[in-house]
Design a protein around this ligand. Structure first.
Ligand SMILES: Cc1cc2nc3c(=O)[nH]c(=O)nc-3n(C[C@H](O)[C@H](O)[C@H](O)COP(=O)(O)OP(=O)(O)OC[C@H]3O[C@@H](n4cnc5c(N)ncnc54)[C@H](O)[C@@H]3O)c2cc1C
Ligand code: SF4
Length: 590
């Protein structure tokens, strides 16, 4: 295991001095709002409500991670590795083991205290995190808006659900979320990704990006510069929007270590940009209760939510917190489990159904045109600086055997370790080293997110046969590919083949099947909003039709998933619903 000292601190340390001890039931004060979960949904809701003057408590099942203590900060140099790259755990692996659980390719370790089940023949890779900040501590930071069509696809092709809102309803909140986070990008007038006025300067293309872009253009596929929640210049969000920041946050220095934490805080995660600043600025009105595992939303005699029961994970004691409004932001499936366990808000019978995620497909190849390129040619933020939005908009006459579309996210970067496996690389001495250098930085991979449709084969339910550490029944995840998914997969694979051929790639590895179910880490739709209380669980403000003072802010509320990364939309919806909640509280409707 590596012990790497942090470099000179640039950002302020996050010593959570204002975290309050969990309350005992006897002395429990009444909060305006209790929020369960501290990811993008919980963080954004807390920020909007606390800045508006409400008294808010946040329950989070994981611990706080401290800057400069609980982060890996960049891969070590190979010479720092005691095993020279063989069977060593990197600091990032170590951190993931502690705070993020799979099993999936990114986080292989399961959480033994909190199992889940799925049918043997259709395993599901559910990646969950347990830390303040949720999965925003690991996210890829792609921040793409849904477009006008995305909200009304059922009206266009008859499948899935329409949203009860339009793009215009959400656009002002996309603005707020983008301005709050700081999103780099550029206006590109692409029909799939609506433009915005808020972009920070785009990141310059890496050399491999440039080659891929040119190659794809040859077959009629247009690339765009990425829109990611990264600061490409020192940035302070508009004080008219938030008072959380007194000075500029430093710019990204392109070390590509974002997955493992950022010492300059140059990308958005909800812990550093919302929860910690709220604790600092609003110690009297914002309370964070970490290591608190919620297991039930309580209901009073009027059928309204009265608070949340939870286990203090440090002592095992069961406690209750009371509030006028309950907000769930546990990350889609855990929100769904909590509602099913509480047996509330389900007069439509839709909780757990309408389960959608993204169809992911991975492939890789090597671009000989990049042989012996300078290391700097691949410098930048992790992943690629381009994206291929859905190009079906440019192929109106093409007949396809699947509905909807996908976006392709390439990945290109300079790594510490060789791109070609040294064990299978021929040669010895100087020749061997030359061969290794030849391929360094030439590997490109392609990944995609494809839109999936709801179906009776995709749903979650409570599994009473298995219990978690606290004796609470776990979630069973049922997820089976449909024809639409498999037909889209074939089309994605063919597209990859064409891009690689146009880029003159060698040693191309194409997939035989989609990535395992759950791979996208974009679970959505299981508590979806709609315009009819008989067929949906929430109204257009993320508010339960049945229990008026209950809101669901995470992607469980999505009516459809589109092929776009969900977090920007989660934040925009949370912001919109929070403003609505503030108005309803003022009117004493809640
Ligand atoms: C590797 C990776 C890459 C990603 N890349 C992107 C990307 O590029 N773009 C994008 O848009 N999205 C991306 N995502 C997805 C993104 O992280 C999620 O969409 C986002 O974090 C969801 O926010 P959330 O608040 O709904 O849930 P989460 O971030 O999952 O947070 C939920 C929180 O609730 C807590 N919780 C759960 N159950 C309970 C309970 N019972 N009691 C108390 N607390 C509870 C959890 O511990 C967690 O901290 C990525 C995710 C990962 C892991
Ligand atoms: S690439 Fe930028 S945002 Fe990512 S860790 Fe490095 S400095 Fe931070």
């Amino acid at each position: 295991m590596f012990q790497r000292k942090a470099k000179t601190p640039v950002a302020k340390k996050t010593t959570p001095s204002k975290v309050q001890a969990p309350m005992t039931q006897k002395s429990a004060p009444e909060y305006d709002v209790v929020i369960v979960g501290s990811g993008a949904a919980g963080g954004t809701t807390a920020q909007v409500l606390v800045e508006a003057g409400l008294k808010v408590a946040m329950l989070e099942a994981g611990p706080i991670r401290k800057s400069f203590v609980d982060f890996a900060y960049h891969d070590p140099f190979p010479y720092e590795d005691p095993h020279h790259g063989f069977k060593s755990e990197s600091p990032a692996d170590e951190m993931r083991k502690k705070y993020v659980f799979g099993p999936n390719a990114y986080a292989p370790n399961a959480n033994p205290d909190e199992p889940y089940t799925s049918p043997k023949e259709t395993p599901y890779e559910w990646m969950r995190s347990r830390n303040v900040g949720g999965r925003t501590m690991f996210w890829g930071r792609y921040a793409n808006r849904f477009n006008e069509n995305d909200f009304k696809m059922r009206s266009r092709d008859g499948a899935g659900n329409d949203w009860p809102i339009t793009y215009k309803d959400l656009a002002p909140y996309y603005d707020k979320a983008e301005i709050f986070m700081g999103v780099c990008g550029a206006k590109e007038n692409h029909p799939d990704f609506p433009d915005a006025d808020n972009f920070l300067p785009p990141v310059a293309l890496k050399c491999p990006d440039y080659l891929l872009k040119k190659a794809a253009e040859k077959i009629g596929i247009r690339a765009m510069r990425v829109r990611r929640a990264m600061l490409t210049k020192p940035y302070r969000p508009d004080p008219a929007l938030t008072k959380l920041f007194d000075k500029e946050i430093p710019t990204c220095h392109y070390c590509a270590g974002c997955d493992d934490g950022c010492e300059t805080w140059s990308y958005y995660n909800s812990a550093f940009r919302q929860v910690m600043p709220l604790l600092e600025k609003y110690p009297k009105t914002f309370t964070l209760i970490p290591n608190a595992m919620a297991h039930k939303v309580n209901i009073n005699e009027k059928g309204q939510a009265s608070g949340v029961s939870y286990f203090d994970k440090t002592t095992g004691a069961e406690k209750e917190i009371k509030a006028r409004v309950v907000v769930l932001g546990c990350g889609t499936l855990e929100t769904t489990r909590l509602l099913l366990l509480s047996n509330i808000a389900n007069s439509s019978g839709m909780i757990g159904k309408n389960f959608i995620e993204h169809l992911d497909v991975g492939a890789q190849g090597y671009l000989p045109d990049l042989s012996f390129a300078d290391r700097e040619a691949g410098d930048g933020i992790g992943g690629s600086h381009i994206i291929f939005p859905w190009f079906g908009y440019f192929r109106p006459d093409e007949k396809r055997d699947f509905l909807r579309g996908f976006q392709i996210e390439p990945s290109v970067r300079q790594r510490m370790k060789p791109d070609k496996n040294p064990k299978t690389t021929p040669g010895f001495g100087a020749e061997f080293k030359k061969e290794i250098r030849r391929w360094q930085g030439t590997r490109v991979s392609l990944a995609c997110h494809g839109e999936m449709l709801p179906s009776p084969n995709k749903f979650v339910e409570i599994d009473n046969s298995t219990k978690d550490k606290w004796g609470i029944p776990v979630l069973k995840i049922n997820y089976k590919w449909d024809d639409n998914d498999l037909n889209m997969f074939k089309y994605v694979k063919k597209t990859y083949e064409e891009i690689f051929a146009a880029a003159k790639a060698v040693d191309v590895r194409l997939p035989k099947a989609p990535d395992p179910a759950g791979h996208s880490i974009h679970e959505m739709g299981t508590v979806h909003m709609g315009s009819d209380n008989k067929t949906s669980v929430l109204n257009q403000y993320n508010q339960s039709w049945d229990v008026k003072n209950l809101f669901v802010m995470d992607a469980a509320a999505f009516a459809s998933g589109t092929h776009k990364n969900p977090t920007l939309t989660i934040m925009a919806l949370s912001w919109r619903a929070s403003e609505y909640m503030i108005e309803e509280l003022k009117k004493k409707n809640l």
